[in-house]
Design a protein around this ligand. Sequence first.
Ligand code: URA
Length: 437
Amino acid sequence: MNPQDLIALKRDGKEFTAAEIRLVVDGIASGSFSDAQVAALSMAIFLNGMTFDERLELTLSMRDSGTVFAWDLDGPVLDKHSTGGIGDCVSLVLAPALAACGVFVPMISARGLGHTGGTVDKLEAIPGYQTNIGPEMFRSVVSRVGCAVVGQTGEIAPADGRLFGIRSETATVPTIDLITSSILSKKLAGGIEGLVLDVKVGSGAFCRDRRDGEALAGELVRVARRAECPTVAMLTSMDQPLAQNAGNALEVMSTLDVLDGSTNGTSRLQRLTERLGGELLAIGSIASSVADGENRIRNSIASGSAAETFGRMVCELGGPADILERKHDRLGKSPVCSPVPAPESGHVGSIDCRRLGMVVVELGGGRLRAGDRIDHRVGLADICEIGSRIEEGEPLAWIHAKARDDVDRLLPEVTAAFEIRQDRRSDDQMIRGRVAE
Ligand code: URA
C-alpha cells in the first residue's frame, strides 16, 4: 500500500490495522514518506482520531523504530515524564534522588518548545554537559551512576522524532491520539519497568482544565499498562511556576538549592519530587507504600546522597566536577537583573503562568520553532507564590535579561501576569488527582 492510500484511509475516517500502522511508522522512520505526506497524515489523524488499538500499535511501532534498551541491573529501572510547565525542574532533582535510593533511571528528555521549558535545555545551561550521547555511553552512565538525563538522539524512537518535528510545524501537536504514542514510545524505548506521569493542569499547562488532564492521564496510563509498563499518573498544578525560578540556568540553581538543603525541604519543587518519587519507589517495590517512598526520597536529599549522585552524573556527562560546591560560579549569569515592583499591596491571588512562560521565551530563554538557539542565562527569578503577602513596590519577581531594553519591554507583561487581591484566597492545591488505571 503506498503512502497516498494510507493517508486516504485516515482522511476518510477509517481505522488502521496493526499492519497498516507499521507501514506508516516504517515510512516515517525510513524517509520513504515525504514531509508533505507525514504532515497530511498527521492532520488526518488530528481531525478523525484513532481508536485505543491504533494508539497502542502506534506507540509500540514507534518504540521499535529505533534502539530499545534492555537492562540487567541490580535494581528496578524506572522513569518519570511531565507534560511540561514553567519552572518544572523535577527531573533534575528526582533522577539522582531515585538513583540514591537504588533505582536506575535512564531518562530521555526533550527540549522546550513554546511557553514550557525542556529538561535538555536546562542541563545544557551547565557548561560542558553533554545531552547528545550515544547508546553505549548512556548505558554505561546509567549502570555506574544510577541515572543519566539526556536528550533524544536519532537512535531513540526516530519515527517519533520526525513525526513530532513535523507536527510542531503543522498545528497537529494538541491531540491525545498523537501525544500518547509520542510520549510513551520514547519512554518505553528506555527499557523501563515502571513510569510515573506528571500531567500538568492549569494556566501554564497544555491541559488548561482538570477534565482534559484526566482524559490525557487516563489514556497514557491505559496504553502504558497494555504495553506492560506499570504506570501511575498524577495531576498536578501548573497554575503557578513550580520552582520560584523559570529559565534554564535559573532552574538548575533551583535544583541545586533543593539538593544542597538551601530550601530546607520546604519548597513546592521538593514536595512534588517526593510525591512522584514515592509513587515510583512503590511501583518498583523498593518502598512498602507511597508514603514510605516519599520518606526515602526526602532522606536521600537530606543526607546529601541525591546531591552527590547529581554531581557524579554531571561530571560523567562532561560538566564541571565542582558544580555543587561552586554553583554560583559555574552557572552563567545574565548581564541585567531587575525587579518587577508590585503595583499595589495585597495578596497574590492568581498567576497567568503561560504569560510568564512566554516572557521567558521573549527574553531568549525558550524557542518558538524547533532548532532556535536559546540564551541559557535569562529568565525570571524569585517569583512570588499564590497566597503570598506583598507590599506596593516589593518585587513580584526579578527579570534576568541580556539587555535593559528587554526589561523595559517585558516588565508590563510580568506585572500583568499577577492578580493582586485584598483578601487572601486559599493556597494553590499542588496535587489535583491520581490516575492508576
Ligand atoms: N511531548 C511529546 O514528546 N510529544 C507530544 O506529542 C507532546 C509533548
